[in-house]
Design a protein around this ligand. Structure first.
Ligand SMILES: Cc1ncc(COP(=O)(O)O)c(C=O)c1O
Length: 438
């Protein structure tokens, strides 16, 4: 029988874990997970942990969800994988049709990959290649928001602005054009989020006016910059950015890898601004946290710019597992759950109830900027000592909570199946942690 300590000892010998300075595990316990059910994860000794961050923001409908399990098993019996060049299969086609329908058919072409970062690479390459095919090869730089995070591969890091992830690789990255983030935590005292968004849009206009000849696209995380401590902003910025990109012949890339799939209260975050981008990246929740899948949706205009007798004008990018049928089947089951269970509306009620339960958190003397967008709650904690995030996380595990603060920002991003009792446990124990973790 596997025990927690055996597995942890073996993992520390053999597995190089992501986003981890491995030496910290000399002191910090690693959690060995045996299985999951709904919002709970269990170790080998029966301890449970409430997955309040949806396992890095991917899980939507709980662990071991019967409907998604069944869809994957059914697909497994038919076809596990086939390459998507020269071949096609029902899950890829059906998923593309359904995703396109969610944009009213305006983003009608789906290009598949596996992880979020690969979707970002695809969007960046596609944008530049579009301009090259159109006779404007100098459009090869990208504008991005300060504090942006778009993944860890070299292209994605080039449009990212989180020093911890970027600095070591700076010599490998291609400089872009950073423009001010509309994250309202940076607003002047008394300045409303929409006003601040307007001020940032004016700065964007200046950057585009001066450099549009070399800028292929602006990439944004619509409404919430998650990795930058859940920086939230007003949809006004997206409306203005859309208009400015049109005015200056610059693509708008919406990275909805973290914020898509209902996370911000609408299926796509862009819906709240009434806009669509030229390229839309989805991943994480699209397969409900089951299998690596990402997709870049594009306009007809984008697609048409590559459609030609000349092979080199085509978009020749590929990954071996592009459009994997099992992952697509998980995604189709995910979209069906959205429809069958009216998830967006149910989440509205769920979020309002969690707001009530979270009042003691919001009112806590150490809490600043308590905020929510859709199914994301976040706040800054005052009076923290060094390594707060690490200590808070360890103390949370002792209280059956999986929480991973970003700096002094604590956030909840629970699966959409979190129930009343679990939400009460989450908020009550968070108050306890705020009382006790300096
Ligand atoms: C907005 C955003 N873009 C891209 C990524 C990268 O996705 P992945 O980790 O699947 O490569 C993330 C991951 O957190 C993200 O939050």
């Amino acid at each position: 029988m596997t025990s927690n300590s055996d597995l942890v000892a073996r993992t520390l010998r053999s597995v190089w874990h992501p986003c981890t300075q491995m030496k910290v595990h000399e002191r910090l316990p690693m959690v060995a997970v045996s299985h999951g059910k709904g919002a709970w994860l269990y170790d080998f000794e029966g301890h449970r942990y409430l997955d309040a961050i949806s396992s890095w923001w991917v899980n939507l409908f709980g662990h071991a969800n019967a409907r998604i399990n069944a869809a994957i098993v059914a697909q497994l019996e038919r076809l596990e994988h086939v390459m998507l060049a020269g071949f096609t299969h029902e899950p890829a086609v059906l998923l593309s049709e359904r995703l396109s329908a969610l944009t009213g058919g305006r983003l009608g072409h789906c290009f598949f990959a596996s992880d979020g970062s690969s979707a970002v690479e695809i969007a960046l390459k596609m944008s530049h290649h579009f301009w090259r095919n159109r006779g404007q090869p100098d459009k090869s730089r990208f504008a991005y928001l300060t504090g942006a995070y778009h993944g860890e591969t070299a292209g994605a890091l080039s449009v990212g602005d989180v020093a911890l992830f970027r600095d070591a690789y700076a010599p490998l990255l291609r400089p872009g054009v950073a423009v001010p983030s509309p994250d309202w935590r940076h607003a002047e005292p008394g300045e409303a989020p929409a006003q601040y968004a307007g001020r940032c849009a004016a700065a964007l206009e200046q950057a585009l006016r001066e450099r549009h000849r070399e800028i292929a696209a602006l990439i944004v995380e619509p409404l919430v910059q998650c990795a930058n401590g859940m920086g939230m902003y007003d949809p006004e910025y997206l409306r203005r950015a859309r208009a400015l990109c049109d005015q200056y012949d610059v693509h708008l890339i919406a990275d909805e890898i973290a914020v898509g799939c209902g996370r911000t209260g609408t299926f796509l975050a862009c819906e709240q601004a009434g806009i669509l981008p030229d390229l839309l990246c989805l991943s994480k929740g699209i397969s409900a946290g089951y299998l690596p899948l990402s997709v870049v949706l594009s306009t007809d205009a984008m697609y048409d710019a590559f459609y030609h007798d000349d092979v080199a004008r085509g978009f020749l990018h590929s990954h071996s597992y592009t459009g994997n049928p099992l992952a697509c089947a998980a995604a189709i089951a995910t979209l069906s759950i959205f429809d069958q269970d009216a998830v967006i509306e149910a989440n509205r009620r769920r979020a309002a109830r969690i707001d009530q339960l979270a009042r003691p958190v919001a009112a806590h003397r150490r809490v600043r900027n308590f905020r929510r967008t859709g199914m994301i709650w976040a706040f800054e904690v005052d009076g923290v000592e060094p390594l707060f995030a690490r200590r808070f996380s360890a103390a949370a595990l002792e209280r059956e909570l999986l929480l991973r603060p970003i700096g002094n920002t604590v956030y909840f991003m629970p699966p959409y199946v979190i129930d009343e009792e679990q939400a009460a446990l989450l908020t009550e124990r968070t108050v306890e942690l705020l009382d006790r973790v300096p």
